[in-house]
Design a protein around this ligand. Structure first.
Ligand code: CU
Length: 98
């Protein structure tokens, strides 16, 4: 059992969290997905022998560009919680609007 931390762009509401979770859970070796919406952090746990490319590819396909992070490198600067008009207006929003 190991974990992999991802920084995911474009999540801005609970529907995004659900979509991201549903994109990752079916992948080989994945047994848990933990999403922190404000920071855009996603921790995937399981038997992750395949590396991060599969996870990142699945998220990118869903419209959420992602990259691997390490635990310590994300503390500052990288993720600024952005609040956009997800589901609340005619413009802006997030991937789950599609
Ligand atoms: Cu959303």
């Amino acid at each position: 059992m190991n974990t992999m931390d991802l920084q995911v762009e474009g999540m801005s509401c609970g529907s995004c969290v659900k979509r991201v979770t549903q994109a990752l859970l079916p992948l080989p070796g994945v047994s848990g997905v933990d999403v922190d919406l404000p920071s855009g952090r996603v921790r995937v746990s399981g038997e992750l022998v395949q590396g991060g490319d599969l996870l990142i590819g699945a998220l990118t396909d869903m419209g959420y560009p992602a990259k691997l992070t390490s635990d310590d490198s994300i503390a500052t600067g990288l993720s600024q919680p952005k609040v956009v008009g997800c589901h609340s207006g005619s413009t802006g929003g997030c991937g789950c609007r599609r």
